[in-house]
Design a binder for this molecule. Structure first.
Ligand code: PHE
Length: 458
């Protein structure tokens, strides 16, 4: 029995499009917004090093596992897991892993869309010349004014989700494939321009020290958990986004080869984002530990100063929005694909229902930054709704989902299936290395980090 099943949702036109779409999913706010501020909040180099280890030893093997499951199942994650479990005589409870992913996707997209809305707002501001003459105080005030305004936050969150809905409803492949082909390289080019600018600025040396000289005295269990959570988040792992894209992967495409590209491009983008942003922070005498506002309070300052800054500013925030959109689509897709398979609704209707649910949750996330700042859902965790959604989904649900994906693919599924999907020989070094890491190292890393963090919080 060799992957004879066909995707009911269609297929990518070739490996390149899968790599572009999966890279579009991976490269997003996680790289350009979250990674830099986490580095800033967690003391720099040591965090970067732990993060890179998590990517290589946990993220890469689990991404292969996730694509393997998707391509074998050829359906939404819930149904792929159900079908493979049935084919291989495993417990039907494995489909619960798909549900965990759908829940994580809802929670992530609710706050992701709020931040995606900020990116849109900044693009809009840039177009109107709003960054002209801006210094770091002005940039801080612009960001605070946005976040403190319930109306602005909700309006731009709504705009962001409407864009996602439009694209997913119209069919991801045609619009998305084409857009990503042009926009991802352009985003990359812009980042390189920013890095070049950063290299000429006085803060570059300090940036290199900050990002690449590890100071382990600032590391604790919480730091490692954050780095691991970020590795899952940035690679879109643990909730079925990459799995559902894998379901549309042509049978002959190489899973290990594609995975290497996706992981490589995502990691490069994150590092480049750091190299672009921190020189600005240091040159302007700002603090790296600014939290979620970091890119929004730093970049407008540089766009106000440099030649063609207003054009670059427009381009950067538009592309930040695009990067967020290509990721947001993949957060929506697993649930939409499932609802479509299950109900026979049209894609548009399925996307509509799910978008509305996420929109409501996102309003709660957005308002928790201003009007509902004091609302607490969990009495023992002193986190507002936005932070709680982010913490539970990124730092708990994604690593847990990734752990179960690794167990399913490396322990439960038959060797025959694994070898057929990965296109490897049973006695090859590559296969043995993958199996060893996915069976033992990746799950152990997740468990250890969880235990450590529990000790820390309890
Ligand atoms: N990887 C995306 C980013 O870095 C976020 C994401 C997480 C997308 C999980 C899909 C699934 O912005």
């Amino acid at each position: 029995m060799s992957g004879a099943r066909e995707s009911v949702h269609g297929e990518w036109s070739g490996s390149v499009f899968f790599v572009l779409a999966a890279t579009g999913s991976a490269v997003g706010l996680g790289n350009l917004w979250r990674f830099p501020y986490l580095v800033g909040d967690n003391g720099g180099g040591a965090f970067v090093l732990i993060y890179l280890l998590c990517i290589l030893l946990v993220g890469l093997p689990i991404m292969m596992a996730e694509i393997l499951i998707g391509r074998r199942g050829r359906h939404s994650p819930i149904n792929s897991l159900r079908l493979i479990a049935r084919d291989e005589g495993l417990s039907p409870a494995w489909q619960g892993l798909g549900w965990l992913g759908v829940a994580a996707g809802f929670m992530i997209l609710s706050f992701y869309s709020v931040v995606g809305g900020w990116a849109l707002y900044y693009a809009f501001e840039a177009v109107q010349g709003g960054f002209q003459g801006m210094d770091s105080d002005g940039a801080g005030a612009l960001f605070e004014g946005l976040v403190a305004s319930p109306a602005l936050v909700v309006i731009w969150h709504t705009a962001f989700l409407l864009l996602l809905f439009g694209i997913v409803a119209a069919g991801v492949r045609r619009g998305l494939q084409r857009a990503v082909t042009w926009l991802m390289p352009l985003l990359f080019l812009l980042l390189v321009v920013l890095v070049l600018y950063g290299m000429t600025s006085s803060g570059f040396a300090e940036t290199l020290t900050f990002m690449f000289r590890p100071d382990f005295s600032v590391v604790d269990g919480g730091t490692v958990l954050t780095a691991l959570g970020q590795a899952f988040f940035t690679l879109s792992l643990g909730m079925g986004a990459i799995m559902v894209y894998g379901a549309y992967l042509p049978a002959r495409s190489s899973i290990p080869g594609n995975t290497t590209w996706i992981v490589g491009m995502d990691t490069l983008t994150a590092i480049i984002a750091g190299l672009a942003i921190f020189p600005i922070v240091f040159s302007a005498g700002m603090e790296p530990g600014q939290g979620p506002g970091l890119v929004f309070v730093t970049l407008p300052v540089v766009f106000a100063e440099i030649a063609f800054g207003s054009l670059l500013g427009i381009a950067f925030f538009l592309l930040l929005s695009v990067a967020a959109i290509t990721s947001g689509i993949s957060l929506l897709e697993p649930a939409v694909a499932y609802l479509k398979e299950r109900s026979g609704l049209s894609r548009t209707a399925a996307a509509g229902f799910i978008t509305v649910a996420i929109w409501l949750l996102g309003i709660a996330a957005g308002l928790s930054l201003n009007a509902w700042a004091d609302v607490r859902l969990l009495p023992f965790a002193d986190l507002g709704i936005f932070d709680l959604l982010e913490f539970v989904s990124n730092d708990i649900m994604l690593p847990l989902g990734g752990l179960l994906i690794a167990v399913f693919a490396a322990w439960r599924v038959s060797a025959e299936t694994r070898l057929a999907e990965l296109g490897m020989q049973a006695d090859s070094f590559r296969y043995r290395a993958w199996l060893l890491v996915t069976r033992f190292l990746a799950p152990a890393a997740v468990v250890l980090v969880f235990l450590n963090a529990l000790g820390l919080f309890g």
